[in-house]
Design a protein around this ligand. Structure first.
Ligand SMILES: [Zn+2]
Length: 161
């Protein structure tokens, strides 16, 4: 079988951050890396699940909601994937920060009732908020140049796709 693109990335050099990952059929994939891969520190399964519910809800209620196609966790528990269409990296970055702030204001995990979720007991709001705070701090440390470098990569990928 072919090695899929996300396995071709060298995870030993991948740093936590906000990465444009690629484009397929006009859909952009972003690698929202919360943790350094293979460094012994992973998002707990409960927090991973709760962050999924919280950020998916916040992103789909934000101003870019119609351009957000998917948000979901990485199985390795070091981050999340965000799939968007027609948004620049700057727009995605801004929507993401707004969604993180909205998630931090939540007093419960959305959709965590038994009828709404496939594993409703596996949630941890406080730990999810700790992960969101840490990621928001990380995003705040990124420069405008770093985001425009991602946007440059995105435009080049679209030009060649
Ligand atoms: Zn769930």
């Amino acid at each position: 079988m072919d090695k899929i693109p996300s396995f071709q990335k060298n995870h030993d050099v991948l740093q936590p951050g906000f990465h444009f990952s690629g484009v397929q059929k006009g859909v952009d994939t972003f690698d929202l890396r919360f943790k350094k891969p293979n460094a012994g520190d992973f998002i707990s399964p409960k927090a991973l699940h709760s962050v999924e519910h919280m950020l998916a809800t916040a992103l789909r209620n934000g101003k870019c909601k119609d351009s957000v196609l998917y948000f979901g966790p990485m199985g390795c528990r070091t981050g999340f994937y965000l799939l968007t269409v027609g948004l620049s990296c700057e727009e995605v970055f801004s929507a993401l920060k707004t969604a993180l702030v909205a998630a931090l204001a939540m007093d419960e995990v959305p959709g965590s009732a038994r009828v709404e979720c496939g594993n409703y007991l596996e949630h941890d709001l406080a730990d999810a908020k700790r992960e969101c705070t840490a990621y928001l701090t990380l995003l705040a440390s990124l420069s405008e140049e770093e985001i425009s470098a991602e946007e440059k990569k995105r435009r080049e990928a679209h030009a060649h796709g």
